[in-house]
Each structure stands twice: as structure tokens, then as C-alpha cells.
Design a protein around this ligand. Structure first.
Ligand code: AMP
Length: 281
């Protein structure tokens, strides 16, 4: 497996591979790789001839007071996970290359970037969109793999690829969970033992919401209230928001029918966790 420090080397390497007929897969991550990331790399390795993984903790997507400084970083461990999952190349660029001080261009996501996570974390999705656009431009024609775990991010990335005509096929991959239902996340490492025991309430709340829809509930407000009530019954967890949305537009439906996505965000101690679940009304 090849390891690069400069993302600027990607186009030359990947262009040569494409010229040789190779299908290129690309998996952008912020490192601290776990089985969720590995599932993206494995899927890419199944579907492509070459898989590049990016490990880059993107400062643009952290707000003031968020956990940029303390976000877990362990490139040596990441290389082991990436190689085992089938990566051919890992690029771990520096902030100086990805976001140089003189940079003055950003990608701004309008409506889709201002709701849900965008409202809770102003500028977050613009930060994601700016770095993902740059990385996808460097990767060039490829299939790019993103997790449903960060559902709004996946929708935003699909939208930006379409809006900016990038030659990229976005592949959404299912959320990998621990046995107790907690979605794997690099941030789970920041939970205390007690907080980790409380964390499954997010998935439990989503499942309760989905079950009520399957049982015939058609009022989104009732489902949102139910999800909130389940989360708030857990004293260590503070609800940020619960929502039921259209999975393509993230719009709030008037009545619950067809494909839907339930979303939840909550604070568990000092750690903010998000989760989501698909259901049909
Ligand atoms: P991150 O390193 O958290 O920015 O995540 C990098 C990519 O891995 C994103 O596309 C995430 O949605 C995806 N991802 C993170 N956690 C999981 C998980 N538990 N299951 C599937 N994909 C995940």
C-alpha cells in the first residue's frame, strides 16, 4: 500500500491508473478508522480496481469550541485498518496543503446546508462541502464512498456532485453498528463508560419512531415527539433535535408516506452524537 503526504500527487497517480483501464474508488475520512470506515473501503475494493483512502481532519468543518484539537489522530493505526480493508493508497495531507492561509474560496451549501446539522453547527456543511469538492477534484473520475451514518452529509455530497458536474459516482453505504446498536463513530472514544452505556438510546429512539410509522402513524410531529421522549428518558443524554425527512431532499413531509429518514442528534456528556434510520410509511 502506498502512503502519500501530498494530495497534489493524487491526480498524476490516478490518471495513470485510469489510462490503464483501472476503475478508481475513493474514500474520504477524518481518520481514527473503525469498522464503519473499513466497510466503505471493503465495498470500494469490491467494486473498483484501485482504492485510495484520504485521512484528513478538516478544520473547516469544526465550529469554534468544537473538538478539532482533541479529535483522535493515529495515522499508524489508520494505515493498518486501511490496508487490511483493501486500500491501495492512503493520502494524509497537511492542513497547509488542503487549507492554505491564502485560500479565499469556499463552497457554500444553501438550503440543504442550513437545516438540521447546519442549524446546530453553522458553517459545518460548508466546511465539509469545501474540502470534499477539493478532494473529489483531485481524485477525478471515480466512485466515491460515503456512509449513511452522516446522512445529511451524504445528501449534500450527492447534491454538490450534481450541481458542480463532478465526474464522480457517489455510493452511500449502510451504517455499521456495535452489537448494542450504537453507530460506530470516532467520537465514541470520547465517551466515559457510563456515557457509552447510555448511548444506545439514540438507536432505540429511532427504532421506536420507525415502529410507530410501520404501525400506521402518519403525523410527523407525533414521531418527532416520540423519538425525543425516548432520548430524554435517558438522564445522561440531552436531545439536540429529532426529525423525520424525505431522504432525498431532507424536506419535512406533511404526512408520513413512502421513503422516510428519521434523524436524531444528541449530547452524551460533552460528546455530540448523530444517528439516523430509514423507514417506509
Ligand atoms: P469521518 O471519518 O467520521 O468523517 O467519516 C468518514 C466516512 O465514513 C463518512 O462517509 C462517514 O459517513 C463514514 N462513516 C463513519 N462512521 C460510519 C459507520 N458507523 N458506518 C458506516 N460509515 C461510517
Amino acid at each position: 500500500m502506498e502512503v502519500l503526504e501530498r494530495a497534489g500527487e493524487l491526480p498524476g497517480i490516478l490518471d495513470r491508473l485510469r489510462a490503464g483501464g483501472h476503475r478508481v474508488g475513493f474514500v474520504p475520512t477524518m481518520g481514527a478508522l473503525h469498522d464503519g470506515h473499513a466497510s466503505l473501503i471493503e465495498r470500494a475494493a469490491e467494486e473498483c480496481d484501485h482504492v485510495s483512502v484520504c485521512v484528513y481532519v478538516n478544520p473547516l468543518q469544526f465550529g469554534p469550541g468544537e473538538d478539532y484539537a482533541t479529535y483522535p489522530r493515529d495515522l499508524a493505526a489508520d494505515l493498518v485498518v486501511a490496508e487490511k480493508a483493501g486500500a491501495d493508497l492512503v493520502v494524509a495531507p497537511e492542513v497547509e496543503e488542503m487549507a492554505p492561509a491564502e485560500a479565499c474560496t469556499v463552497v457554500r451549501v444553501t438550503e440543504l446546508g442550513e437545516i438540521l446539522e447546519g442549524r446546530a453547527r453553522p458553517g459545518h456543511l460548508d466546511g465539509v462541502a469545501t474540502v470534499v469538492t477539493k478532494l473529489l477534484c483531485l481524485a477525478g473520475r471515480c466512485r466515491a464512498y460515503f456512509g449513511e451514518k452522516d446522512f445529511q452529509q451524504l445528501v449534500v455530497v450527492r447534491r454538490l456532485v450534481a450541481d458542480l458536474s463532478l465526474p464522480v459516482e457517489v455510493v452511500g453505504c449502510p451504517t455499521v453498528r456495535a452489537v448494542d446498536g450504537v453507530a460506530l463513530s470516532s467520537r465514541n472514544a470520547a465517551l466515559s463508560g457510563e456515557e457509552r452505556e447510555a448511548a444506545p438510546v439514540l438507536y432505540r429512539a429511532l427504532r421506536a419512531g420507525a415502529a410507530s410509522i410501520v404501525a400506521g402513524e402518519r403525523d410527523p410531529a407525533e414521531v418527532v415527539e416520540l423519538i425525543g421522549a425516548v432520548v430524554e428518558a435517558e438522564p445522561l443524554v440531552e436531545l439536540d433535535y429529532a426529525a423525520v425527512v424525505d431522504p432525498e431532499t431532507l424536506a419535512s413531509p406533511e404526512t408520513l408516506a413512502g421513503a422516510l429518514r428519521l434523524l436524531v442528534a444528541a449530547r452524551v456528556g460533552g460528546t455530540r452524537l448523530v444517528d439516523n434510520l430509514g423507514v417506509r410509511g
